[in-house]
Design a protein around this ligand. Structure first.
Ligand SMILES: [Zn+2]
Length: 111
């Protein structure tokens, strides 16, 4: 229904039931972990956006302040506040299964 809406001139994308806009220029590239959880590495897809009561008329959605994050190797969106995640080094996680501490993706790691 809101697939043609935009936010700040940026196209709104969707994953599952969540709508989001690209996190550029804030630049949430790389991989992240949820603070306090060293299980799985996450990718940040963008900022969650939601329609307002005017969206039907002006086509503008607003950011909720949450980031749409997806576990590496998964495709289900989860919402986190930026203060809940922190960037991790490429060597800290597996590029195939996303698990932190797994070394099966073939990257050379120095023990
Ligand atoms: Zn792995």
């Amino acid at each position: 229904m809101f697939s043609n809406c935009d936010y700040d001139g940026r196209t709104v994308a969707g994953i599952g039931r969540v709508c989001y806009v690209d996190a550029d220029p804030e630049g949430f590239d790389g991989a992240y972990r949820v603070i306090g959880d060293d299980g799985i590495a996450w990718r940040v897809f963008g900022w969650e956006v939601e329609p307002t009561e005017d969206t039907e008329w002006d086509g503008i959605m607003v950011r909720t302040g949450n980031l749409v994050c997806v576990m590496i190797g998964d495709d289900h969106p989860h919402l986190f506040h930026p203060s809940e995640i922190e960037e991790i080094d490429r060597l800290e996680y597996c590029g195939e299964c996303g698990q932190m501490g797994c070394c099966h993706d073939g990257l050379e790691r120095v023990e």
